[in-house]
Write a protein that binds this ligand. Structure first.
Ligand code: NAD
Ligand code: MG
Length: 328
């Protein structure tokens, strides 16, 4: 494994040359503010009608139309939803200067050839391993969120150096920047969020809730057991891995974990994980998601609504309403 830290970075490769941050959502806001506070020359590129324009201006940033923002920029980073990057690149391609660096925070658009950049451009990714809010908060506290770096094309000989300078600007180099490839970042990121982080975890919670409620237990008690307490366990895992969790849970909980965990996530779940990974690697998942987007996302909206309408949500809202410290 190759990991870069702040001492490996030469920020003079960017100097005061313009960095265009396209998009001002979760990642865009965090990157733009961190880069500015690190002393870089940042311009945010947003559509005139876009909803996030007012927020970027209120934050004191220079905001231009995407085409104007990328003109003369040394780096243009695409921080819009993955599904709109193709159309956004097409709309600004003629404005991007010779030898600029196209940067991404996730490899989807390049790996699945949604964006096929001009041959003179450097293409790389800096992917923070955390949501935008955390990228900002850690930076303000003097820390950083670890990042991945990958170079897809080095047209100028400076692609890696410029990408690392960018990573330092958002605070990522404080925590370490691990070298990867677009294929590895894209495929592992999709797999993680589908099988474990978002898809796997929420299905596990909902299935546990339904099992208890169907057996006649009170929904409120079920909610505390399978949703609320998850955070306490995840915090221990995050801070100290399996060892720290085992240090803090009871022997009874540990024995139950060791004998029953593999019954729930058994051979069938492992086979399903392999299947999910296969669809990611052979492009099936990407093709379906792109087709869904081009179709106006009706299944996406319907499935999302079904998730939001699940009884665990109503129970959760009621109980969380009594825990006002949760939102602090
Ligand atoms: P987001 O949905 O929070 O932000 C969207 C931004 O793009 C907004 O400013 C919006 O106004 C703008 N936008 C939306 N549609 C647009 C269009 N048609 N044309 C121009 N601008 C448009 O996005 P995000 O979650 O920050 O994701 C940005 C990138 O970062 C993605 O590639 C994503 O995979 C990656 N990423 C996200 C996270 C995360 O935690 N959210 C973590 C790592 C990497
Ligand atoms: Mg789910």
């Amino acid at each position: 494994m190759k990991m870069y830290s702040e001492s490996d970075v030469d920020t003079s490769v960017l100097g005061d040359r313009k960095i265009a941050v396209l998009g001002y959502g979760s990642q865009g806001r965090a990157h733009a503010l961190n880069l500015r506070d690190s002393g870089f020359n940042v311009v945010v590129g947003l559509r005139r009608s876009g909803a996030s324009r007012a927020r970027a201006e209120a934050d004191g940033l220079v905001v231009e139309e995407p085409g104007a923002a990328v003109r003369g920029a040394s780096i243009a980073i695409f921080l819009t939803p993955d599904m709109v990057q193709k159309e956004l690149y097409a709309s600004v391609a003629d404005d991007i200067g010779q030898g600029a660096l196209l940067l991404f925070a996730h490899g989807f658009a390049i790996h699945y050839e949604q964006v096929v950049p001009r041959a003179d451009l450097d293409v790389a990714l800096i992917a923070p391993k955390g949501p935008g809010g955390l990228v900002r908060r850690q930076y303000e506290e003097g820390h950083g969120v670890p990042c991945l770096v990958a170079v897809h094309r080095d047209a100028t000989g400076k692609a890696l150096a410029k990408a690392l300078a960018y990573a330092a600007g958002i605070g990522g180099a404080r925590a370490g920047v691990i070298e990867t490839t677009f294929a590895e970042e894209t495929e592992t990121d999709l797999f993680g969020e589908q099988a474990v982080l978002c898809g796997g975890t929420t299905e596990l919670i909902v299935a546990g809730f339904e099992t208890l409620v169907d057996a006649g237990y009170q929904p409120e008690v079920a909610y505390y057991e399978v949703m609320h307490e998850l955070k306490l366990i995840v915090d221990l895992l995050h801070e100290g891995g399996l060892a720290k969790m085992h240090q803090f849970i009871s022997d009874t909980a540990a024995w139950g974990d060791l004998v029953s965990g593999p019954r729930v996530v058994g051979e069938k779940s492992r086979a399903a994980m392999k299947d999910v990974l296969k669809d990611i690697r052979d492009g099936t998942f990407a093709r379906n998601w792109i087709a869904e987007h081009e179709d106006g996302s009706p299944r996406f909206r319907a499935k999302m609504q079904a998730d939001l309408d699940h009884p665990i949500e109503a129970v959760g809202r009621r109980l969380r309403g009594r825990m006002d410290w949760l939102t602090e």
